[in-house]
Structures are given as C-alpha cells and as structure tokens.
Design a protein. Sequence first.
Lengths: 320, 480
Amino acid sequence: MAIDHNDPSTVYGGGLHFQHPGQLSVAVAKTSDAQSGNWTITPLIACSGYIYALSVHPSNSAIVYAGGYYTEAGHRRVACFRSTDYGLNWEDASSGIDDSHSPVYDLLIHPVTSNIVYAATAGGIYRSTDGGWTWSNTDCEFSPVYALAIETSPSLTLFAGAETGVYRSSDGGVVWSGMNQGLAISQVTSIAVQPASGERVYAGTRGAGLYGLNLIGIEESRSFIIPEDSPRLYQTFPNPFSTLCTIRYSLPAPAEVRLSIYDNDGRLVRRLVQGMVNTGIHSIHWDGRDPHGRSLASSVYFCELRSGDFSVVKKMLLVR
Amino acid sequence: MRYAVLVLILVFFSFPIVLAAKPFHDHSSCSSQLLSRFHALSGTSYLEDTVASMQQGSTSLLQGQFLTESSPTWESLGPYGGEITSMAMSPDEPNIIYTAVYTNPCLIYRTSNGGAGWDLVSSINAYVNCLAVNPHLPNVVYASTWSEYVYRSTDGGGTWTGFQTNHTGNYVYALLEDPADPDVLWGAADMHVGSYAHVAAAQSTDGGSTWTFYPLSPPGWGAAYSIAIPPENPLTIYVGGYYYEPGDLRPHVAIYKSTDGGVHWQDVGSDIDSLRAEGHVFALAVRTTDRESVYAGGYYWDEHAEDFYLFKSTDGGEHWTPTGSGISSPIYSFVLHPSVFSTAYAATGETVFKSVDGGITWTPSGPGMFGQHARCLLLNPVNPSTVYAGNQAGVFKTVDGARHWSFSSTGIAATRVCALATASSSPHTLYVGVEDDALYRSTDDGMNWNRLHEFSGCHGVEALAIDPQDVDKIYLFTGG
C-alpha cells in the first residue's frame, strides 16, 4: 500500500479483486478520504494475480506506480503499471522486465531524480531512467528481492532486502555489496531507513524478527563482492546521461586494461584508462567530452573494456 | 462487492488505551546477550562446518553468508516471540529447555533458567517438527524435521549432526526418548513402500545414528503424527495418526499400541473409527498408573467440513469415549499431571485448556496468554504447577497450574516480519506487522516493543503505511 505524502488522506492499496464469482481482476483501490472508508477500485487487468507494490511520486502526486504479477494462459507475467492522473487510468509500464522475473515485490521512486524508478523482482532489481517506460536489469547477483529503501541524506544509498540478505549500493544500483553479519535468518522481507536522520536502517526478516544497524561510520567495503573469474563491465549509469556518467568495471586479478569510448561510427573519441589496474572494482566518470574538452553531440556511444583477448562493450546514450 | 485478500483496517490509536500487552522488559541486555552468543557461534570455522556437513550429506549450523568479514553487524531488535513448533526439556534438569521455531532455517533457542531468558544457540537448515532431550544428559538433544534427516546435538544445541534415516522419503513427525534407555529413540513416522505410505513407527537404538521403520497400517496412505510412552511403563508405546484405505476418501483415525517395547503392535483405533471419528490424531497421552488411561485428540477436515475431537480410553484403547466438553478447536498436544491423575492440559488451536476431572470437562486456562495455535506443552516434573506452552506468538509459562500465564520469550527473536513502517514525523517510531496477525510498535528505535493489536481470522498484516503528519494514524492491509 502507499500513502500520498503530499496529501496523507489519500491512500492506495493493491491486490486481487473478486467482482463477481469467477470474475477476477488485478486491481488498485484508492481513497481520497481514508477516514471515510470509501474506496474506488480500478481494475488493471482482468485476470488472476496480485499487486504487491505501490508507490506515489514524492513530488507529483499524479504519478503512481503499481507492481505485482498476473496470470495469463497459465503463465505468470510481470505486472507493472503507471498512472499519470492520480490513479484514474493506468497503462502498462513493464517494458524490459522479464516475465520470468515476476512478480514485482516493491517499487521505489528516486527521491531526487524522479524519473529513476527501481523495481524489486523475483529475478533481481530493475531500473528505469525514464519514469517506468523502459526498464533494464541491474544484473545484481541476488534474487528474489523483496524490498527496497533509500537513504536520502547524506549519500543516497540504496538498500535491498532479498532472499539472501541485505545489500546496499552507493552508486544508484550499479554495484551492490552484501551486509548480512548478525542476521540469524537471511530472508529479508522488508527494509526501512530511519526518516530524516538516515542514521539507521532496519531489516525485517521472515523468522528472526527485526534487525537494526547504525549507518554512521560505516565505510564502503569491497570485500563483500563475490570474486569473478573474468573482468566485468557494468552498465553505465545514469543511462541516458547529459552531463556525467559513471562507468564501473571489475577485475579478478591485476591486468593491463584499456577503457575506451567510441562513437556510433566506431571512432575512438576518448580513452579513459590505459595501463595496469589492480584487482577489484573500479569506477571512472565520463563527462561526455573529447580529450580536448569539447562537448560531444547527442548520440549513442559505446564504452569498451579491453584486457588482452577479453573485451566487453556497453552502449550508452548521451542526450544534451 | 467484496475486496477479498485486501481488507483495509483503519486504526486510530489512542495510544495508552489500545495497548494490548505490557512492554517487554530489559530488552537491551538480552539482545546483547543474544548477539554475543551469536558472535561466539560465528567465530567457529565456517569452512569446517561446511565440509562436515557435506560429509554427512546434510547441513548444519549457520550459513556462510552470515560470516562476511568486516561488514557491519546487525543488531537483533525483536520483537520477542515467534511461532513455536516444539519444546523439550530434560526431566533431570527441567530448567534447561530447548525450543524450535517455525522457520527455515529453524532457529534453536535454549534456556537454562526455566524460560526467564533464551539464547539463540544455532540453526538447522530444515523445518524442525519435534525436539527431544536425553532424560539424563540435558546437552544431548534430537530434532526431527520435515525431511529424511534427524539431527543430534551433544553440546546443548550449539552444533548439530544430521543423520539420514532412510532413502525412500519417510519422515519422522514426532520424537520421544525411551524413558528406560536413553540410546533408544522412538518416532511417529510414515513409511513409503511402492506407491503406498504406511502409518509407521521409527526406532533408533544407537542415539539417532541409524533408524528402522516399522509399518503399522495396511497398505494405503497414512502417517503417524503423535507418540506416547508412559514413563512408568516404557514397554507400552502408542502411536497416532491417520490412514486412508486405497481408493477411499475418508481418513481413518489410526492408533496403534505395543506392550512389548515395539516388537508387536495392535490396532486400537477401530473403536473410535466406529464412533464416526474420522481424521487425524495429533495428540496422544498415556498414563498406566491409573488403569491405562489414554487421551487422543485430533482434527478432521475435508473440502466440506472441519471438525475436532477428543477421545479417552480407560482400558488401554479397547474402548473409547468421546469427551472434550468445552474445547472448540483442534487439539495439538496433551500433558498429564504426574501425580494428580485427574489433571490434564491440552494445547489447542485457541489456547491451553485444563481438565481437573480426568478429561471429561475442560476449561480455558487463565489470563496472560495471547496469540493462537498452541502446539506444544511441557510440564516440569519436579514442580508440576509449572507448565510451558508454545503458540504462534511465543513461549508462555505458568507457575500456578495454568491459573495465570506470563509471556516467557525474552531472547526468542523469531517473528516473521511481513510489514515495516517508519514515521517521518517521529523518527524513533517503528511499526512492525508479523505473520501471526499482530502489530507491534516501538517508540525508541526498536529497543522496546508493545504488541498493539491482534486480528484473528485474517492472514497476517501485509502492508503498513503511516500518515506522515500523524504518527498515531496508521493504515494496514491484511490478508483474508
């Protein structure tokens, strides 16, 4: 369920609606006067399923997201819907989320960059940078993911509660690190950050109650990352970008590395890294400029990580 | 128009009035005790445990992901309680009690002070259905699971070794130590032969390492859920369960009895069957000091109806009389007073009932207990007025023969959290919804909790939201 923080008397709930015997619909219920108990039920899709996640845009109450699953011809499909008119009409906003990753358990709208939305699914975490119209898998290495939260001050750290514990990301969901020490049961079904201060994070487990963790003084540690046997280039973030993007890559061992940006015609426009690089995860920023400091035109660019015979490319979109 | 699965309950708390339970005490010291205990366990070598587990074809102790080096450590906040599936004590040292909760991995808690405080001692990677303790060695504990494995600990529940009891899918559903020989364990079980499952008894004569299954019922489909051996007469064994004849949709009450230590068995449930009682026997208790009194409690359900029953026999199962006046929910276990023969306790789907007339009439026990589905009972044989009960909310204790109960779960942090909400207008306030239909509130960052409300008949709190401007105004969605 979700409450409209701009108008706390407006509350949304989601679930499965039994209208008549045998007539089911995945639906959202809304009240604009919670004390009255008068609810308006809006079917999203006429079949069996469920809505687990609802999220109201923090600064624009007209925008609401709903996530869950529905069943079509015996197959589970991802349900992800978006309304831009206060929950009156809903449109499909699941493009890019694999049906095999249903359901959507939680939705999180980025509190600062509100076109960025995160979806916790049975197949990992998806991210949209265009308000939910298209989604891409963040390729996090844990699933299912049940809950998401963000600490808004000072550092916009994301937290994810998953079957295998709690994970956090300080770069908007590109790299996640596990933080499970002390949890007697790793199935984390809910997660919350202490409001205002952001000093504490809470994790609700399925069978070991609630846990708390003070965030003050915790530094990013890279020792949680599962070692991989080949270099890896993560999807650049944000994508599309206009001024600055972050490129992350990891190496299983020290290696001679080249990290290069090519334009749509295959021309090298910038070399960001060349030389020996240590084991671990590394990040570098690119400002969309060539080596002479000139801003490049809006276009598709390619980022290539090359180490010996190994090469991997990610596509990125520069929009001025 | 019905919005099933989605019921909104609007709760306006007038905080001091709505409180349904007193605050939990002394949380901080106990949680640190629990944590330090947990750290001690984490200090053991994860690799060694893994190797040992693989060699045994089983898993034991804690999972590897708990032991990530240098990561920040979570602090257990409670709220205390959890769904209790089994409790066991050593009759020689009745202040040492073990508790298993309904989680997977199953968390194992131990108290050495009669439930005043519990320590999380380990976890077992399975759903545990029953615990048993060696009558003379209180650090030797057994756990049967919903799997082919039975686990044994010889260090007070700190570490467990799993033993595969069979390779054909037989499960042990209830465990009991032979009162005469601590190396002998008996289990209520099923036994799969071809396409049939027999009601079965399982026996280990080497402290749980190897097991033999004895089919008791004819070929069909059945299982035993309960077992009873009177301490004063260990050659007598009762096993109770259910049995379907091939092609029949009616579950028969199954009760089998041995009077020679398990060599020969006889069907003693046919008289109940003739009295119409279809269903499953969940609870058995036997006393041979007062003739041979047997209590059998159970449950019947199909797609049309559900029913419960309690039968008593005073002639060793030859004849049974329907009884249980006053009880209106399924019976999951009995304990009998060791010296006052007319006194018995029954754990039921509602609460704990007591009879002082040999099981003819039953009355709900006194106040102090909350939550439902009382599944297990323990009676202190040294001080029989002390009884422990485990239900969906946690462990409760009475010291006055069930006239009053007190919540006795300090240290058991095993609730299944399904909803969590914080309040932006009150950063130190937390609400937690747990699966046994309860809602908890803390106003001090989770150090202390109040159980606010119970919602019987629904399927747990599914979602919570707090009015950002008014911390006392909360919304919650429940299943059902």
